[in-house]
Design a protein around this ligand. Structure first.
Ligand code: ATP
Length: 438
């Protein structure tokens, strides 16, 4: 469509209902950290790659949900977009102005445009201040209202707007329930009339019974004030009716971004599929089997090569010359991942055999380990794959973990481990980064 602004990860501005408010491109936030005693002694620092090259665009009046498991980098992304953290690399533009270049004075003035609502409302409110003081403090800093009386009036209006009573201004945060405290947190975020709010897990610390009320409040305020909202959550089930678009984050990167209905109806990335499989469906015929991911998010100190999700992906791609079935490859690949991560434990296997009164010689331990992971799949693997697994497991049982890792890496290569997937446009504003997508 001519004259319509098309952004890399988002829908055309007109389709999204407004101009671009925030545009992040290639944003990284790395935290310096000495990796271990040896590294510290050698002066070598690894960095925690909490956010590692994110493109994200938010339009006026739009809600973009950022979802992913704990530790994927969602909060760090939110704080970096708001410049609470300096970006390690990349660009963050607010209504066309590059934020990473602003002077301290310019940044102070900019801060009123963007605000944050936090997960733990009580921890984010000063316990020694009354609600009135909490709401009026930012107004004083930014010169809003000509007098204390005027600021008190604005604070009273705000309190009523978030569903509390104006006469509660003199109370302290701990005199309120969790849901009410979050209403105060939201009122505080609104004091400076921002354009954009980043809400970081705003309901996950609240009782289920009040979560919907707070979500409804956010939505009402957003409609009323034409706010843009970045909604950070680990729980995809809360975003379906709240978000216009969803960005799925895994280990510092966005793996899929799509309009909400598209993402729910036509997920492309196996990580998105696994998150969606955990979302309860109202329509039982639409039920999909739960995909259980093994383990937790790997450390962002040393993220996996290639596609960062490959160590947990249920759909890892076999090499072109693989002679067996995809399913057999994936079982073998899972074994590779565990051997490489040092998670195959010969001592524990020997102990189990002993407890069951079985022989505990090395050959028996090797068989027991392979049996535990591969089961009947072993019979469906090509002969050279079986040989590689036997040799690698024998090396692990002999204590040579490095050789074990080398053997399985050579026997079970995958493009997912070897090459970083490109971000592909699936459909209009729907993008995903996975080797399975052409
Ligand atoms: N200040 C910091 N210094 C070092 N590492 C950090 C820092 N802040 C976050 N991290 C690390 O960065 C990674 C991403 O953390 P982040 O809190 O952004 O993830 P998240 O997806 O928001 O998870 P959660 O929902 O648990 O907060 C984690 O491994 C975390 O330990």
């Amino acid at each position: 469509m001519s004259g319509t602004k098309q952004t890399s990860d988002g829908p055309p501005a007109e389709a999204a209902g407004g101009e671009v408010v925030l545009e992040a491109s290639g944003v990284k936030k790395h935290f310096a950290q000495a990796d271990g005693l040896l590294d510290r002694l050698l002066g070598e620092n690894a960095s925690v790659k909490a956010v590692d090259g994110v493109d994200l665009t938010v339009h006026e009046g739009e809600t973009v949900a950022v979802v992913g498991e704990s530790g994927c980098g969602k909060s760090t992304l939110g704080r970096t977009l708001l410049q609470h953290y300096d970006a390690t690399a990349g660009s963050v533009r607010y209504r066309g102005t590059e934020l990473t270049d602003l002077s301290d004075r310019e940044m102070r003035a900019h801060r009123r445009n963007v605000q944050m609502v936090f997960q733990d409302p009580l921890a984010s409110l000063n316990p020694r201040q009354t609600v009135g003081q909490i709401l009026k403090a930012p107004m004083e800093v930014h010169g809003i209202g000509d007098s204390d009386a005027e600021r008190t009036e604005i604070a009273s209006d705000l309190l009523e707007r978030v569903g509390l009573k104006a006469n509660q201004l003199e109370r302290y945060p701990k005199q309120f329930s969790g849901g009410q405290q979050q209403r105060i947190g939201i009122a505080r975020a609104l004091t400076l009339e921002p354009d954009l709010i980043v809400a970081d897990e705003p309901v996950s610390a609240l009782d289920v019974s009040v979560q919907a009320q707070i979500l409804n409040l956010l939505q009402e305020l957003q409609d009323e004030l034409n706010l843009s909202l970045i909604f950070i959550t680990h729980d995809l089930s809360v975003v379906r009716y709240l978000a216009d678009r969803v960005a799925v984050m895994y280990l510092g990167e966005l793996v899929e971004t799509a309009p909400t209905d598209d993402l729910f109806d036509n997920p492309q990335h196996p990580y998105t599929e696994s998150l969606l499989s955990a979302v309860p469906r109202i329509d039982p015929t639409a039920r999909t089997d739960r995909i259980l991911l093994e383990g937790s998010v790997p450390s962002p100190l040393h993220p996996p090569s290639g596609c960062r999700f490959h160590t947990r992906c249920p759909k890892v791609v076999p090499p072109a010359d693989w002679a067996g079935s995809e399913e057999a490859f994936r079982r073998a690949f899972r074994y590779r991942t565990r051997l490489v991560a040092g998670e195959v434990d010969p001592a524990a296997a020997r102990e189990r055999l002993r407890a069951e009164g079985e022989p505990t010689d090395d050959n028996r331990v090797v068989d027991h380990l392979i049996e535990g992971v591969l089961g009947e799949t072993r019979a469906h693997l090509p002969a050279d794959a079986v040989t590689a697994i036997d040799e690698a497991t024998t090396a692990a049982v002999a204590g040579n973990d490095e050789r074990a890792a080398r053997l399985v890496e050579a026997a079970f290569p995958s493009p997912c481990a070897g090459e970083t997937p490109e971000t592909v446009t699936v459909d209009d504003a729907h993008t995903a980064a996975c080797h399975r997508i052409e």
